[in-house]
Design a protein around this ligand. Structure first.
Ligand SMILES: NC(=O)c1ccc[n+]([C@@H]2O[C@H](COP(=O)([O-])OP(=O)(O)OC[C@H]3O[C@@H](n4cnc5c(N)ncnc54)[C@H](O)[C@@H]3O)[C@@H](O)[C@H]2O)c1
Length: 398
């Protein structure tokens, strides 16, 4: 056996690089002439998605409160119809089957409810929700209406996460007893943060946007996507700490959040350990994880300092070369191009439309979406209580 093949020979069976490459990323795109008529709200981050390139989707209408963003959306999504607000779109546009929501974080649950109460399926950007009350409302509206909900968590389709899922499912990592999950998104020059009103921390009128002062752990899905999206485990308890300094971002925010950075130790329902960091002030950036299993470890790249590595126990670490996941059958050929957040945007767009055409549940359903979010809400509460270990409520199906 060649050395590289040896690398994957572990635990539950022998797995060659060729068989790893053959593992599917998702269910194949359906062959159908059905068209999903989609409405999209939010012309900032939202314009980075490619629903309109899917052969089974037409972007029927777009909306943003800002005229410049509406115009951009019409251009990107090749769409004739634009509405001045989401509320107007839902009231007037009769042709829709589904909506994709890219409004600010504080409006997500309200906007999901409005769509589902009108009988529309929903794709929603992260974060899932902001409070336990919103978590319960989200679960309730999805269960009551029976409509399809998908969270657009970009970590789920990063190559490292797809690979970790495959290694986990094949047994090559063994039992993953510990994961390090990180989301580092530095807020930049602290003087400019206050002075420069052109950044995303401000609305066009100069008022502070929803991002200003948001607690790190209120945005945990990029991290927890690497746990829920790999082993499907749930977090059952958490203890967290936070660090902040005297800066208007922390002393003058609507959330009363005093922290730039929060770090949590979490326990899963299988008794495994997770160390979760969300930092807003840090000399590093990116979303990545290291998974430690009883047979080996997978390390995602540390901001270019080294490539991704796989290290089997008792062996040397070796560079991981990912298969070309873009060629996976889940992506229609018209969508096989580079996209944001580790190439994840085309996967998320394709999966949502594929699922609606097939009339099946998309990946990252409401239960996974809440499992990627609620531990962060509790972690922030724990940090505010000096690290008290707290139980994380379950929002899984009863
Ligand atoms: N990697 C990721 O998954 C990732 C990355 C970036 C942003 N996001 C998420 O995507 C969402 C959008 O991000 P953004 O940076 O564009 O935020 P943003 O605040 O700049 O944009 C939100 C847009 O929604 C519009 N909007 C709000 N309410 C509306 C309404 N009632 N009707 C019509 N339009 C309305 C606003 O006018 C605004 O243009 C956020 O929730 C953010 O958390 C996720």
């Amino acid at each position: 056996m060649r050395r590289r093949e040896m690398l994957y020979a572990a635990g539950g069976g022998l797995l060659s690089p060729a068989s790893l490459a053959a593992m599917q990323v998702g269910r194949a795109a359906p062959s159908s002439s059905k068209k999903i008529r989609l409405g999209i709200v939010g012309g900032g981050f939202g314009t980075q998605f490619s629903f309109h390139e899917h052969p089974n989707c037409t972007v029927t209408a777009v909306t943003d409160l800002r005229a410049d963003r509406r115009a951009r959306m019409q251009q990107v999504f090749r769409c004739d119809t634009a509405y001045p607000s989401y509320e107007e779109m839902l009231k007037q546009e009769k042709r829709l089957d589904a909506v994709a929501i890219f409004s600010g974080a504080l409006d997500h649950v309200k906007h999901v409810e409005a769509a589902m109460n009108r009988g529309l399926h929903v794709y929603c950007a992260v974060p899932t929700c902001q409070t336990l009350d919103e978590a319960a409302r989200l679960k309730s509206v999805v269960e009551r209406t029976g409509l399809k909900y998908m969270l657009g968590e970009t970590s789920y389709y990063r190559p490292g996460c797809i690979h970790a899922r495959h290694l986990h499912d094949s047994g090559a990592l063994g039992e993953i007893f510990y994961s390090e999950i990180n989301y580092y998104h530095d807020r930049g020059d602290l003087g400019e943060l206050v002075e420069n009103k052109k950044t995303r921390f401000y609305e066009p009128d100069g008022s502070r946007s929803w991002r200003w002062g948001l607690a790190p752990m209120q945005y945990p899905t990029h991290c927890l996507g690497f746990v829920v999206g790999v082993t499907r485990e749930r977090i059952r308890s958490v203890s967290a700490l936070g660090w902040g300094s005297q800066h208007p971002y922390l002393t003058e925010n609507r959330y009363k959040n005093p922290y730039w950075n929060e770090s949590a130790l979490m326990e899963t329902d299988k008794g495994h350990m997770v160390r979760c960091n969300v930092f807003w002030l840090v000399g590093e950036d990116g979303e990545r994880a290291n998974w430690y299993g009883s047979n080996g470890t997978l390390y995602m790249a540390n901001t270019g300092r080294h490539g991704d590595l796989f290290q089997k126990r008792l062996s040397k670490a070796e560079a991981v070369k990912y298969p070309d996941y873009l060629q996976d059958k889940m992506i229609p050929p018209s969508m096989r191009h580079a996209s944001g957040h580790g190439g994840s945007h085309v996967f998320l767009s394709a999966e949502f439309i594929n699922a609606l055409v097939e009339d099946r549940k998309p990946v990252i359903d409401v239960y996974d979406a809440l499992a990627m979010m609620v531990p962060g809400i509790i972690a922030h509460q724990s940090a505010l209580k000096g690290g008290e270990r707290m139980k994380v409520p379950s929002f899984d199906k009863a």
